[in-house]
Design a protein around this ligand. Sequence first.
Ligand SMILES: [Zn+2]
Length: 156
Amino acid sequence: MSSLNFDPYAQLAKQDSSPAKSANPAKVENNHLSLASLATLAARTTHSSNIWDAADWHAFYHERAGIAEHDGGLSRIDADHMTYEHCVVRWMNENPIGHKSPGICPQCSQATGSNPIAVLNPGGGHLWLHDKCHSPCLARRRQEAAKALVGMGIEL
Ligand SMILES: [Zn+2]
């Protein structure tokens, strides 16, 4: 058939109008996992520090530091510093700032006025704060992260 003579209505009329057959369901051969174990597995694969305990953070820290040292060629001191910074950032990402009132700076709790700066909030979206409050806010967040990490036995 030439494309110049193509009649889409005639083509549709020639097609079988019966519905497609449904696919056979997959056979589940490994059905020894209970719903509880699947729920636990699903919870452990999400990225929330609420479910990470000290053992999880230690495993993460030592894996990252080991990779940085052995595969990355860093000294152990540099690998520890890099990994600690990674943990701080990860903690901040997994524990976003909860204060999200529009027009209110999350650092000083004052109205942001007409010239705020936007900061990404890992919990979703962004926050607006004064430019003068950005550094103190970051410092406060780092202190919160350091305190939480110390509580899990991770510190420099
Ligand atoms: Zn402020």
